[in-house]
Design a binder for this molecule. Structure first.
Ligand SMILES: N[C@@H](CCC(=O)N[C@@H](CS)C(=O)NCC(=O)O)C(=O)O
Length: 238
Protein backbone atom coordinates (compact mmCIF):
# COMPACT_ATOMS: atom_id res chain seq x y z
CA UNK A 1 0.00 0.00 0.00
CA UNK A 2 1.15 3.51 -0.79
CA UNK A 3 1.40 5.71 2.31
CA UNK A 4 1.65 9.50 2.32
CA UNK A 5 2.98 11.17 5.45
CA UNK A 6 2.51 14.90 5.98
CA UNK A 7 1.56 17.35 8.72
CA UNK A 8 -2.19 16.73 9.09
CA UNK A 9 -3.43 20.27 9.81
CA UNK A 10 -2.24 22.11 6.67
CA UNK A 11 -2.40 21.52 2.91
CA UNK A 12 1.27 22.60 2.68
CA UNK A 13 3.73 20.77 0.49
CA UNK A 14 1.82 17.53 1.00
CA UNK A 15 -0.97 18.89 -1.17
CA UNK A 16 1.24 18.79 -4.27
CA UNK A 17 1.59 15.04 -3.78
CA UNK A 18 -2.03 14.53 -2.80
CA UNK A 19 -3.38 16.33 -5.88
CA UNK A 20 -1.44 14.14 -8.31
CA UNK A 21 -2.59 10.98 -6.50
CA UNK A 22 -6.19 12.20 -6.49
CA UNK A 23 -6.11 13.20 -10.16
CA UNK A 24 -4.73 9.77 -11.05
CA UNK A 25 -7.22 8.12 -8.67
CA UNK A 26 -4.38 6.13 -7.11
CA UNK A 27 -5.36 4.58 -3.74
CA UNK A 28 -3.20 5.78 -0.83
CA UNK A 29 -3.34 6.16 2.91
CA UNK A 30 -2.90 9.65 4.33
CA UNK A 31 -1.33 8.31 7.48
CA UNK A 32 -1.02 11.40 9.68
CA UNK A 33 -4.53 12.55 8.74
CA UNK A 34 -5.78 9.12 9.79
CA UNK A 35 -3.59 8.56 12.87
CA UNK A 36 -2.56 12.02 14.04
CA UNK A 37 0.60 14.07 14.19
CA UNK A 38 2.09 11.81 16.89
CA UNK A 39 2.10 8.95 14.40
CA UNK A 40 4.03 11.12 11.94
CA UNK A 41 6.61 12.14 14.53
CA UNK A 42 7.02 8.49 15.54
CA UNK A 43 7.33 7.39 11.93
CA UNK A 44 10.12 9.88 11.19
CA UNK A 45 12.46 7.94 13.48
CA UNK A 46 14.72 5.58 11.48
CA UNK A 47 13.02 2.26 10.88
CA UNK A 48 14.41 1.27 7.51
CA UNK A 49 16.97 2.81 5.17
CA UNK A 50 17.61 6.55 5.30
CA UNK A 51 14.98 8.60 7.10
CA UNK A 52 13.46 11.66 5.44
CA UNK A 53 14.67 15.11 6.48
CA UNK A 54 11.12 16.50 6.49
CA UNK A 55 7.59 15.65 5.36
CA UNK A 56 6.06 15.14 2.87
CA UNK A 57 7.32 11.66 2.15
CA UNK A 58 5.82 8.45 0.88
CA UNK A 59 6.53 4.85 1.71
CA UNK A 60 5.86 2.14 -0.81
CA UNK A 61 7.25 -1.11 -2.10
CA UNK A 62 9.86 -0.95 -4.88
CA UNK A 63 11.29 -4.19 -6.28
CA UNK A 64 10.06 -6.09 -3.23
CA UNK A 65 11.52 -3.69 -0.65
CA UNK A 66 9.88 -0.92 1.33
CA UNK A 67 11.35 2.47 0.47
CA UNK A 68 10.89 5.97 1.81
CA UNK A 69 10.89 8.82 -0.72
CA UNK A 70 10.93 12.47 0.36
CA UNK A 71 11.21 15.77 -1.56
CA UNK A 72 8.07 16.76 -3.47
CA UNK A 73 9.73 16.85 -6.90
CA UNK A 74 11.31 13.46 -6.36
CA UNK A 75 8.13 11.90 -4.98
CA UNK A 76 6.10 13.14 -7.94
CA UNK A 77 8.66 12.00 -10.49
CA UNK A 78 8.61 8.51 -9.00
CA UNK A 79 4.80 8.40 -8.77
CA UNK A 80 4.43 9.64 -12.35
CA UNK A 81 6.64 6.83 -13.56
CA UNK A 82 4.95 4.20 -11.37
CA UNK A 83 1.39 5.26 -12.18
CA UNK A 84 1.69 6.50 -15.77
CA UNK A 85 0.98 10.20 -15.42
CA UNK A 86 4.37 11.34 -16.71
CA UNK A 87 5.34 11.63 -20.37
CA UNK A 88 6.72 8.08 -20.73
CA UNK A 89 9.32 9.68 -23.00
CA UNK A 90 12.70 10.44 -21.43
CA UNK A 91 13.42 13.85 -23.02
CA UNK A 92 9.92 15.04 -22.09
CA UNK A 93 10.15 13.54 -18.60
CA UNK A 94 13.42 15.42 -18.06
CA UNK A 95 11.56 18.62 -18.91
CA UNK A 96 8.80 17.72 -16.46
CA UNK A 97 11.41 17.27 -13.72
CA UNK A 98 12.87 20.68 -14.54
CA UNK A 99 9.44 22.29 -14.26
CA UNK A 100 8.56 20.38 -11.08
CA UNK A 101 11.78 21.46 -9.37
CA UNK A 102 11.02 25.03 -10.38
CA UNK A 103 7.65 24.68 -8.61
CA UNK A 104 9.62 23.61 -5.51
CA UNK A 105 11.75 26.74 -5.89
CA UNK A 106 8.67 29.01 -5.96
CA UNK A 107 7.19 27.23 -2.96
CA UNK A 108 10.42 27.80 -1.00
CA UNK A 109 10.35 31.49 -1.96
CA UNK A 110 6.68 31.75 -0.96
CA UNK A 111 7.54 30.44 2.51
CA UNK A 112 10.48 32.84 2.74
CA UNK A 113 8.10 35.76 2.16
CA UNK A 114 6.47 35.32 5.59
CA UNK A 115 9.60 33.80 7.19
CA UNK A 116 12.47 35.79 5.65
CA UNK A 117 14.71 35.74 8.73
CA UNK A 118 14.18 32.41 10.46
CA UNK A 119 12.00 29.36 9.74
CA UNK A 120 11.44 28.68 13.44
CA UNK A 121 10.80 32.32 14.47
CA UNK A 122 7.25 33.78 14.68
CA UNK A 123 5.97 35.81 11.73
CA UNK A 124 5.23 38.69 14.10
CA UNK A 125 8.95 38.85 15.04
CA UNK A 126 10.04 39.16 11.40
CA UNK A 127 7.19 41.22 10.01
CA UNK A 128 9.33 44.20 8.95
CA UNK A 129 11.58 41.96 6.87
CA UNK A 130 8.49 40.14 5.54
CA UNK A 131 7.05 43.42 4.25
CA UNK A 132 10.23 44.00 2.22
CA UNK A 133 10.40 40.38 1.03
CA UNK A 134 6.73 40.46 0.00
CA UNK A 135 7.21 43.57 -2.13
CA UNK A 136 10.10 41.93 -4.01
CA UNK A 137 8.20 38.67 -4.39
CA UNK A 138 5.01 40.37 -5.61
CA UNK A 139 6.66 42.73 -8.04
CA UNK A 140 9.56 40.67 -9.41
CA UNK A 141 9.20 36.99 -8.62
CA UNK A 142 5.49 36.42 -9.31
CA UNK A 143 5.74 37.76 -12.90
CA UNK A 144 9.05 35.98 -13.49
CA UNK A 145 7.92 32.56 -12.26
CA UNK A 146 4.42 32.73 -13.74
CA UNK A 147 5.85 34.02 -17.02
CA UNK A 148 8.21 31.05 -17.08
CA UNK A 149 5.34 28.59 -16.63
CA UNK A 150 3.28 30.48 -19.22
CA UNK A 151 6.12 29.98 -21.72
CA UNK A 152 6.36 26.28 -20.83
CA UNK A 153 2.63 25.91 -21.47
CA UNK A 154 2.99 27.74 -24.80
CA UNK A 155 5.42 25.19 -26.29
CA UNK A 156 2.54 23.02 -27.58
CA UNK A 157 -1.24 23.32 -27.64
CA UNK A 158 -2.60 22.70 -24.14
CA UNK A 159 -4.31 22.86 -21.89
CA UNK A 160 -1.55 20.91 -20.14
CA UNK A 161 2.25 21.00 -20.38
CA UNK A 162 2.15 17.74 -22.36
CA UNK A 163 -0.84 18.92 -24.43
CA UNK A 164 -4.01 16.92 -23.90
CA UNK A 165 -2.53 14.65 -21.19
CA UNK A 166 -2.23 16.00 -17.65
CA UNK A 167 0.85 15.40 -15.52
CA UNK A 168 1.96 16.16 -11.96
CA UNK A 169 3.38 19.45 -13.21
CA UNK A 170 -0.15 20.59 -14.11
CA UNK A 171 -1.65 19.57 -10.77
CA UNK A 172 1.23 21.43 -9.11
CA UNK A 173 0.65 24.55 -11.22
CA UNK A 174 -3.01 24.35 -10.21
CA UNK A 175 -2.00 24.39 -6.54
CA UNK A 176 0.48 27.17 -7.11
CA UNK A 177 -2.22 29.39 -8.65
CA UNK A 178 -4.65 28.48 -5.84
CA UNK A 179 -2.05 29.24 -3.19
CA UNK A 180 -0.96 32.54 -4.71
CA UNK A 181 -4.60 33.61 -5.07
CA UNK A 182 -5.11 32.89 -1.36
CA UNK A 183 -1.91 34.63 -0.28
CA UNK A 184 -1.89 37.59 -2.68
CA UNK A 185 -5.50 38.12 -3.89
CA UNK A 186 -4.90 41.72 -4.97
CA UNK A 187 -1.66 40.97 -6.80
CA UNK A 188 -3.06 37.91 -8.54
CA UNK A 189 -6.17 39.79 -9.64
CA UNK A 190 -3.88 42.42 -11.17
CA UNK A 191 -1.57 40.05 -13.07
CA UNK A 192 -3.56 36.91 -13.93
CA UNK A 193 -4.64 38.19 -17.34
CA UNK A 194 -0.96 38.15 -18.37
CA UNK A 195 -0.88 34.35 -17.97
CA UNK A 196 -3.87 32.96 -19.91
CA UNK A 197 -2.33 29.54 -20.57
CA UNK A 198 -1.46 29.07 -16.92
CA UNK A 199 -5.01 29.94 -15.89
CA UNK A 200 -6.41 27.62 -18.61
CA UNK A 201 -4.18 24.84 -17.23
CA UNK A 202 -5.43 25.58 -13.70
CA UNK A 203 -9.05 25.41 -14.88
CA UNK A 204 -8.47 22.18 -16.83
CA UNK A 205 -6.95 20.56 -13.72
CA UNK A 206 -9.96 21.72 -11.67
CA UNK A 207 -12.21 19.92 -14.18
CA UNK A 208 -10.43 16.54 -13.90
CA UNK A 209 -12.88 14.01 -12.36
CA UNK A 210 -10.43 12.94 -9.62
CA UNK A 211 -9.72 16.54 -8.64
CA UNK A 212 -13.42 17.47 -8.63
CA UNK A 213 -14.24 14.54 -6.36
CA UNK A 214 -11.29 15.30 -4.07
CA UNK A 215 -12.11 19.00 -3.70
CA UNK A 216 -15.72 18.14 -2.85
CA UNK A 217 -14.54 15.73 -0.13
CA UNK A 218 -13.51 16.38 3.47
CA UNK A 219 -10.03 15.12 2.58
CA UNK A 220 -9.36 18.49 0.96
CA UNK A 221 -8.70 21.06 3.68
CA UNK A 222 -8.57 24.82 3.05
CA UNK A 223 -5.47 26.99 3.30
CA UNK A 224 -4.83 28.37 6.78
CA UNK A 225 -2.34 30.56 8.62
CA UNK A 226 0.00 27.70 9.53
CA UNK A 227 0.84 26.48 6.05
CA UNK A 228 3.06 27.60 3.19
CA UNK A 229 0.49 29.88 1.58
CA UNK A 230 -0.80 32.32 4.23
CA UNK A 231 -2.91 35.40 3.80
CA UNK A 232 -1.47 38.36 5.66
CA UNK A 233 -3.31 41.38 4.16
CA UNK A 234 -0.33 43.65 4.87
CA UNK A 235 1.84 41.53 2.53
CA UNK A 236 -0.49 41.93 -0.45
CA UNK A 237 -0.92 44.80 -2.91
CA UNK A 238 -1.84 45.07 -6.60
N1 LIG B 1 12.45 20.52 -0.20
C1 LIG B 1 11.51 19.77 0.57
C2 LIG B 1 11.05 20.65 1.72
C3 LIG B 1 10.37 19.87 2.83
C4 LIG B 1 9.95 20.79 3.96
O1 LIG B 1 10.51 21.89 4.15
N2 LIG B 1 8.92 20.36 4.71
C5 LIG B 1 8.40 21.19 5.78
C6 LIG B 1 6.89 21.12 5.82
S1 LIG B 1 6.19 21.79 4.34
C7 LIG B 1 8.93 20.70 7.10
O2 LIG B 1 8.31 19.93 7.80
N3 LIG B 1 10.13 21.18 7.43
C8 LIG B 1 10.77 20.87 8.67
C9 LIG B 1 12.16 21.44 8.70
O3 LIG B 1 12.60 21.98 7.67
O4 LIG B 1 12.78 21.35 9.75
C10 LIG B 1 10.32 19.35 -0.32
O5 LIG B 1 10.08 19.98 -1.34
O6 LIG B 1 9.66 18.34 -0.01
Amino acid sequence: MLDLWYWPSIPGRGEFVRLALEAAEVPYRDRARDEGVEALVADMKPRHGIKPFAPPYITCEVEGREVTIAQVGHILTWLADAHGFGASDLPKDLELIMLQLTVSDVVAEVHAVHHPVGVSAYYEDQKDAALVAAKHFREERIPKFLGYFEDALSAIDGPFVLGAKWSHVDTSLFQLVEGLRFMFPKRMAAVEADFPKLIACHDAVAALPGIKAYRASDRCIPFNQDGIFRHYPELDAA
